[in-house]
Design a protein around this ligand. Structure first.
Ligand code: SAH
Length: 391
């Protein structure tokens, strides 16, 4: 285990890197060299940074400064190509991060057009023009990385496996960005040439680790080169932070885990509804300053016989009327200790139809990586094993 008192370069923005290099008596342009090495080349060791003179590399090492790329401790590959990574940090804690090779058609995606080419930007065109080869079976530009924001989660949603862990700690901005860097390196892909979508939908509640999450989002845009419109953050409904988030200059798209059509039901399956009820949540969504061609996404986990009746769909439609939004339906992904059932496909389709008939754009998320516990709400298993004391 590395000494956690060491300073990691990963997580520092350009201004902080500049301060660091100047503090060590080096010219300002070394900040750019460090940024390139950490965020774009995604190197692991100071010694690999060939652009730096050796005395400077020594100086960094002497000060206990390291790159801080987290370590991939394990990989689980699903039949559908999804990879669930166990990623470990300097203090021995770990999280799960998921790679979905054909993009956000999977349920961890935001259901937007982000992966279908309708927002085709110059980067895709360039990649095509340059004849960049993609590995077989990989759909260019449709890959999604689902990243974690905390070790465990404090929100306690009754249908989610991560909740059973409780919250162990927040991730630093560097650890959030580090998950992306580690997976990009492992998959041998590089934005912006490779079109990568990111969803902050892994373990944890990003809006309960707001400052680190938002700093990570900025670093991902400014340093790693992933466009804002390719990122979506999902919140269980931390209302004050939704208001703050709307004021950010750089911000991913917003998704809200709705999961129930009324307060009674929502409080039962998401205890946080007692603090921030549906009226507060929906008015925050109505006040949210949407950009051009942007809408709010609502996720709705369907729990058999609990919140999946056609009447519930009607209630959801009424609740969301007039909001520029869309709904992503997710049939429950089961797990040990989760006391709900997965509704039949027909029941899901019926729910979708009610919403569609009411004029709400509604999609059903295809489960991804269920066989390896990589799907929504299933991130827990290996973290628990990895962090439990040795027998
Ligand atoms: N804490 C944030 C980020 C996690 S996103 C949030 O709650 O939004 C994970 C998504 O998966 C959420 O929309 C959540 O409602 C959903 N989810 C949780 N457990 C699930 C399960 N067992 N099956 C399907 N979806 C689940």
């Amino acid at each position: 285990m590395k000494d956690p008192s060491q300073v990691a370069l990963l997580g520092l923005d350009h201004t902080e890197l500049t301060l660091l290099v100047k503090g060590l008596g080096e010219p300002g342009y070394r900040a750019k060299q460090l940024g390139d090495a950490v965020y774009r080349q995604r190197l692991e060791l100071l010694d690999e940074i060939s652009t730096l003179p050796q005395p400077f590399r020594f100086k960094l090492a002497e000060k206990d400064i390291r790159i801080g790329l987290p370590k991939i401790e394990n990989r689980f590959v699903s039949q559908d190509g999804t990879v669930r990574y166990l990623i470990g940090f300097a203090d021995g804690q770990s999280v799960e991060t998921v790679w979905m090779p054909e993009g956000d058609g999977g349920e961890a995606g935001d259901g937007s057009e982000a992966g279908d080419g309708s927002e085709a930007g110059t980067e895709e065109l360039l990649a095509e023009q340059n004849g960049r080869g993609y590995r077989q079976g990989q759909n260019p530009g449709r890959s999604t990385i689902c990243i974690s924001s905390q070790v465990g989660c404090a929100v306690d949603c009754q249908f989610c496996l991560t909740a059973l862990l409780g919250v162990k700690r927040n991730l630093t901005a560097g650890e959030i960005v580090g998950q992306v860097c580690a997976v990009l390196k492992d998959q041998n892909v590089s934005p912006p040439e490779d079109r990568i979508n990111l969803v902050f939908m892994g373990m944890g509640e990003p809006f309960l680790n707001y400052d680190n999450f938002i700093k990570a989002a900025r670093l991902l845009v400014e340093e790693v080169g992933i466009a804002e419109r390719r990122m979506t953050v999902s919140t269980a409904g931390i209302v004050p932070r939704i208001h703050d988030f709307g004021k950010e200059k750089i911000r991913p798209k917003l998704a809200i885990s709705l999961n129930a059509p009324n307060d009674e039901l929502r409080a039962r399956i998401m205890p946080l509804n007692k603090k921030w009820n549906l009226e507060m949540l929906i008015s925050a969504a109505r006040e949210y300053p949407l950009r051009t061609r942007e809408w709010v996404t609502f996720e709705y986990v369907l729990l058999g016989g609990v919140n999946d009746a056609p009447e519930n769909a009607k209630e959801v439609a009424d609740l969301l009327r007039g909001l520029r939004c869309k709904v992503n339906l997710i049939a429950l992904n089961p797990g040990p200790g989760i006391d709900f059932t997965t509704p039949e496909a027909e029941r899901v389709a019926a729910f979708q139809n009610v919403l569609r008939d009411a004029g709400t754009a509604t999609f059903v998320r295809r489960p991804r990586g269920r066989d390896i516990y990589a799907a929504c709400g299933q991130l827990k298993r290996t973290v628990e094993i990895a962090t439990s004391p040795a027998l």
